[in-house]
Design a protein around this ligand. Structure first.
Ligand code: HSE
Length: 408
């Protein structure tokens, strides 16, 4: 018999409790033991819930109950989740979390505690919701040297871009629709400015390369500056605009994690991932490439991953099988994005093609219907970002759009 405490009775916490009871027989068969939720921690009371009698308000009730060996943390945010999770791990209770902010900020430390205390810190739900990606990278792809991980890691922004692409909506209108449908929060900053995707690429980078990558070290751009004109040029170029979280191993031994909108060519399966779906492509020296696709958010898709972690933790019982990555004490294994090479789409006003050709030499000019005179759009060859910026200042004109191309 394993007793579970669920921290946070919001959308994901509620889904976790419901799923445990909905599929109890199947879940217990997988775990090899009976599983029961003993406590639900929340500030609020839920008098109308069938689980009202399990609700407690004090974390100490859970910390001091030795019968509770498994904890699902679905609160979100670093505080107080960090103190609560740390307290659980220090007492040998395994934790499954959906909290990407917590893992991105404190993952190395919490994994170390779990290892020392012979318990587990699992976070399959923190990246890609329902998509199995953490465990496949840790286990199934363990024999590979990972060379890159790239994908669509945020459902809200993918929904907004899909509306801009398919229905010619402007960013503000698409965002409003995402809010009305409950995808985007009232304060959409974390999604639209790329912070949520940044946390997820930090987790995938740390997992792939064994050293903790902190969010502050990742150059992050959101989608707020993307316009219908950029979308039209992307289509005419032969692809679409997607917010991509990516990390790759460079020839100099460093890594480059990055979150930014990218032109993705239509041959790349990532370009056809639409609405709130996520997709992650992992490249390794043995596998070539493997792609993972599914719902990146939502009550039951996310709960599916949390409960799977609870099952694994129940099976592991007293053995630490979590992955471990170290806090390297420095972030100097991460290269400066401006020194890295990329191809770039650029849209200018008040410029002329001959100045562009003179500065950039070999470029691919793009066209769109009804472009105003003086608008010039083109795609550069591969070069360092700092060199692109230098050449752009020689061209003159106003930069209206600047979007990287995703390597095939
Ligand atoms: N806000 C996130 C998204 C939720 O839109 O993908 C899941 O992490």
């Amino acid at each position: 018999m394993a007793k579970v405490a669920v921290l946070g009775f919001g959308v994901v916490g509620g889904g976790t409790v419901e799923l445990i009871y909905k599929n109890k027989e199947k879940i217990e068969k997988s775990a090899g033991k009976s599983i029961d939720v003993k406590y639900i921690l929340d500030l609020r009371d839920f008098p109308d819930s069938p689980f009202a009698d399990k609700v407690v308000h004090d974390i100490n009730v859970i910390l001091n109950d030795d019968e509770v060996t498994l904890v699902a943390e679905c609160m979100g945010g670093v505080n107080p989740a960090y103190d609560f999770v740390k307290g659980c791990l220090e007492r040998g209770k395994s934790v499954a979390t959906s909290n990407k902010e917590l893992v991105a900020q404190k993952g190395a430390e919490l994994l170390k505690i779990a290892k020392e205390k012979n318990c587990n810190f699992f976070f399959e739900a923190s990246v890609g919701g329902a998509i199995p990606i953490i465990r496949p990278m840790h286990q199934c792809l363990a024999a590979n040297e990972i060379t890159s991980v790239s994908g669509i890691l945020n459902g809200t922004t993918n929904f907004i871009l899909t509306k801009m692409i398919n229905e010619n909506m402007k960013f503000d209108d698409a965002l409003k629709m995402a809010q009305q449908l409950g995808y985007a929060e009232a304060d959409p900053t974390a999604d639209v400015e790329g912070l949520d995707a940044c946390r997820k690429i930090c987790i995938l980078s740390s997992l792939a390369f064994g050293k903790h990558v902190y969010p502050d070290s990742v150059h992050t751009e959101g989608i707020t500056k993307i316009t219908p004109e950029d979308i039209e040029y992307a289509e005419n170029w032969g692809g679409s605009v997607k917010l991509i979280g990516t990390v790759k191993k460079l020839d100099n031994g460093k890594i480059l994690p990055l979150v930014a909108p990218h032109f993705v060519c239509s041959e790349n399966p990532i370009s056809s991932v639409s609405d709130v779906f996520n997709a992650v492509m992992v490249c390794g020296d043995a596998i070539d490439r493997a792609m993972f696709y599914g719902r990146g958010a939502g009550k039951f898709p996310t709960a599916s991953a949390v409960v799977a972690d609870i099952i694994d933790a129940a099976k592991a019982d007293g053995t630490s099988i979590s992955q471990v990555w170290e806090d390297a004490g420095t972030q100097d294994f991460i290269d400066d994005y401006s020194n890295c090479r990329t191809r770039m789409y650029i849209r200018l006003s008040g410029a002329d093609k001959s100045a562009v050709e003179k500065a950039f030499e070999d470029v691919e000019f793009l066209a769109r219907e009804n472009a105003p005179s003086g608008e010039v759009a083109f795609v550069t060859n591969e070069m360092r970002e700092c060199d692109i910026d230098e050449k752009l200042s020689a061209v003159g004109g106003e930069v209206l759009g600047k979007i990287r191309l995703l390597e095939v």
